[in-house]
Write a protein that binds this ligand. Sequence first.
Ligand code: SF4
Length: 236
Amino acid sequence: MSTNNGHISKSKYRGIYQIDPFTLLDFPDHLACILWFAGCNMRCGYCYNPSIVKGKGKISYEEALAFISSRKNLLDGVVFSGGECTLHPGIVELAMAIKEMGMKVKVDTNGSQPESLKSLLGMQAVKYVSLDFKALPAHYYKVTKLNAFAEFSKSLSLLLHSGVQMEVRTTVHSSLFSPVQLYEMAGFLKAAGYKGNYYLQHFVGDTPTLEPLPPSIKKNVSLDFSIDGIDVIWRN
Ligand code: SF4
């Protein structure tokens, strides 16, 4: 896939499951649409998007670009979410095509594809990255059903050295995380050189998930896991 005269040669590739036309919440300080990329290499039991994770793409890049172009005067950002967008071919060129329209791109990623992320960062195609910190090594597979902690760690390092705006976030189900683990995760980020906000999202079981899960007890949200240099913030 390459950009030629603003056209992308693999623009017929159908990697996108769905487009949400408008969000005020998903891209800080931007009015954005969301491209939901189909498929994921992880199987987090608490995943809120089973139809996207197990589904096939229906919308081509060409169609997505046409939609984005039609909203150029209303929106200033595009979120790549999913599923896992970095698994898809041509997302660098897609991001560049969006950038050429004068819009910013935010990427939501599980961090399992550092080479893809490196390409996005190398082309300066992305303004903001939201990185999922699923768990520490001892629990990573249990949470994701994928041995990808080393790849996550590499993605974190790439982001920290890139200077791109970023955030790290963890979805917390009470059956998967103890307070000690959450303190240790904040400690891992500090040791890696991360500074800033670390967001925790309490699992809310009000929609179908990839696996049936017991209710998550909201027992840790009153605890402050912040450490020097890292503010740990509950989003809900
Ligand atoms: S929550 Fe897990 S399974 Fe669902 S999209 Fe994110 S990484 Fe994939």
